[in-house]
Design a binder for this molecule. Structure first.
Ligand code: G5P
Ligand code: MG
Length: 223
């Protein structure tokens, strides 16, 4: 199973993608996470990407396509993967289709999640992440058990993400509207697109996504 999670900042691509990958038994590939890790390590890619990420702008297509080409070739991705945050532009989607076709593979399902912008801003303002496993929490809808530390890493204090500042969030929404929203029309051709309302608790939305994706029957334990 090869899945794409599509949607604006804060719709739950990471949260729900993590769960779907667990029940589908496939790799979670989060391009934002790969870039943030590269930036934290100070690699050439990370340093190049950091400025664009912090300001809320997309990183160049060529860089992203190369990164996904490599990551999807790794052993854990051979049985399938959930793509969180890729593709983000029509050229990225075209490159992905071409790269998979050359391997005799294809994207099976694209889950397009929608949530209204007021709710998304509330979610991003409230989001706190575990510095170890990167799981996202929120006082509304996805609270940590003690409110401050990761449920799975009790020593790890939750923290906001750097690009959740007001200005960066505004830029990320603008980038989404201009460059990523056209992917809905791109994937509508060929019947791969499933539109899902992302409003509700994490469990409620997950149930709908899992049904639409048609993978795994047991409920994932973590979000
Ligand atoms: P990212 O990292 O891909 P965004 O902006 O697309 O960043 P983000 O912010 O990571 O997306 P998300 O993953 O969709 O949002 O949402 P999430 O973190 O799971 O959930 C958000 C909040 O809502 C959390 O507090 C969570 O607890 C809560 N929540 C989640 N699901 C639910 C739910 O179902 N119900 C409720 N009630 N709450 C929920 O990209 C970052 C940057 O990297 C670069 C760009 O610079 C980008 O800005 N980048 C790329 N550039 C070019 N091309 C690419 N392909 C790129 N990929 C990354
Ligand atoms: Mg995310």
């Amino acid at each position: 199973m090869r899945l794409v999670m599509l949607g604006a900042p804060g719709v739950g691509k990471g949260t729900q993608g993590r769960r779907l990958a667990a029940v589908c038994g496939c790799a979670l590939i989060s391009t934002g996470e790969i870039l943030r890790e590269a930036a934290a390590r100070g690699t050439a890619l990370g340093l190049e990407a950091r400025r664009q990420m912090d300001s809320g702008r997309l990183v160049d297509d060529d860089v992203m396509v190369g990164l996904v080409r490599e990551r999807t070739s790794e052993p854990d991705a051979q049985e399938g993967f959930v793509l969180d945050g890729f593709p983000r532009t029509v050229p990225q989607a075209e490159a992905l289709d071409a790269m998979l076709a050359a391997r005799g593979q294809q994207i099976d399902v694209v889950l397009s999640i929608t949530v209204n912008e007021d709710e998304l801003i509330r979610r991003l303002q409230g989001r706190r992440e575990c510095p170890v496993c990167k799981r996202a929490y929120n006082p509304e809808g996805a609270p940590a058990r003690d409110g401050r530390h990761c449920d799975e890493h009790p020593d790890a204090e939750l923290r906001p993400r750097k690009d959740d500042s007001e200005e960066s969030v505004r830029q990320r929404f603008a980038e989404f509207q201009a460059k990523t929203a056209p992917l809905v029309a791109y994937y509508a051709v060929g019947g791969r697109l499933r539109a899902v309302a992302g409003t509700g608790t994490v469990d409620e939305v997950f149930e709908t996504l899992q049904r639409e994706a048609g993978c795994g029957s047991r409920t994932a334990q973590t979000n």
